[in-house]
Design a protein around this ligand. Structure first.
Ligand code: 2P0
Length: 349
């Protein structure tokens, strides 16, 4: 009687990150090398996360992947890059005589299931959590550890930042092979315990222009993007890291809003232009500025990614009042269309 092959199964979760200095534009499309460094905050994975299960078994005939219950093409070049790189690392470890790596398992095919607990492709960094989770889970299956953000980057640029908690920078690097284009923790989440994040969902619809093609068109057509990458972001990264170190919310807030605004200005400067913000997004921007003006200081900051949903950074002591103000100006209607679902999320490790 033949023994039934039992799969080795590993499940992991990975959090979303929200950039306060945005990544937009690549200098190398294949290796996913950016034209500027970026900085983000990793969110609490109890609320916004990807969960990935990888099963590896000698009876599997081929690698396969299911995203949110639907089978997708495993031959997608970015998926293949991540699989190839993790397997290469595992093989290398084994050749370096690390016996914890089971060579048998290296020849096994994998089945991958990945689910998000938030709307995919609505500008909520789903690919970041998705590829970070995929790379981390594959690494567990193949028994590899160490610096993995350079592999997650090859799945989706912003994914490299989700490999760490707290405040994370993605250093653009200078090398052509991309080996120095990795993520690095700037501060752990415990550094700023009263920082809070609110996600205001203005629309859960799929974005009209995906980030990958959007930034490609911006690189080709926007002179503002070139100016931003060369002359704005390098200083802004230094100022942002300094503001985080000092827990200086006023500076953190202004830099965050300015950077979001400049990112959306580069989208408008792209030809043909890309519009990610909608009427509700613009109303939220006005509301935040009026609120801050009322108090004579920056108490809340908005930032928008490649979609209309607002992410609000604030401090614990202002959450209840600001949430009340948002509810007042954006009351929920019966269809849930008019308004914004608010989720409070904390930065995490
Ligand atoms: C960011 N975004 O820094 C910026 C802000 C969207 C706006 O990273 O082509 O999905 O996979 O590298 O990572 C979205 O870009 O693009 C993104 P690819 P990705 O978070």
């Amino acid at each position: 009687m033949d023994t039934v092959a039992k799969p080795a199964i590993v499940t992991c979760t990975a959090p979303v990150n929200i950039a306060v200095v945005k990544y937009w534009g690549k200098r190398n499309e294949d290796l996913i090398l950016p034209i500027n460094s970026s900085l983000s905050v990793t969110l609490d994975q109890d609320q916004l996360k990807t969960t990935t299960t990888v099963a590896s078994c000698r009876s599997f005939q081929e690698d396969r992947i299911w995203l949110n219950g639907k089978e997708e093409d495993i031959n997608h070049p970015r998926l293949q890059s991540c699989l190839r790189e993790i397997r290469r690392l595992a093989r290398k470890r084994h050749n370096d005589r690390d016996c914890s790596v089971d060579m048998g398992c290296l020849s096994h095919k994998v089945h991958i299931c990945s689910v998000n607990n938030f709307p995919t492709a609505a500008g909520l960094a789903s690919s970041a959590a998705g590829f970070a989770c995929l790379v981390y889970t594959l690494a567990q299956v193949y028994g590899v550890d160490g610096e993995l953000s350079g592999i997650a980057r090859q799945g989706s640029g912003s994914a490299c930042r989700s490999m760490y908690g707290g405040f994370v920078q993605w250093i653009m690097g200078e090398r052509e092979d991309g080996k120095d284009s990795v993520a690095q923790q700037v501060e752990p989440e415990s550094h700023w315990p009263d920082l809070r994040v609110l996600v205001l969902v203005a629309s859960a619809e799929r974005k009209p222009v995906g980030s990958t093609s959007g930034m490609q068109t911006s690189v080709e057509t926007s002179s503002l993007l070139k100016h931003r990458a060369k002359s704005v972001v390098p200083d802004r990264m230094k100022q942002m890291i300094e503001a985080v170190h000092k827990r200086d919310f006023d500076t953190f807030a202004e830099l965050t809003m300015r950077d979001s605004n400049q990112f959306h200005a580069t989208c408008l400067d792209t030809y043909p232009p890309i519009f990610y913000l909608n009427t509700v997004s613009r109303q939220v921007i006005s509301l935040v500025h009026q609120y801050n003006r009322h108090y004579g200081e920056a108490r809340v900051a908005y930032t928008f990614d490649a979609g209309p949903n607002a992410v609000i950074y604030t401090l614990q002591q202002h959450v209840a009042e600001f949430f009340h103000v948002v509810r007042h100006f954006f009351p929920p209607d019966n269809n849930g269309k008019k308004f914004l679902t608010g989720i409070q999320v904390e930065p995490v490790s």
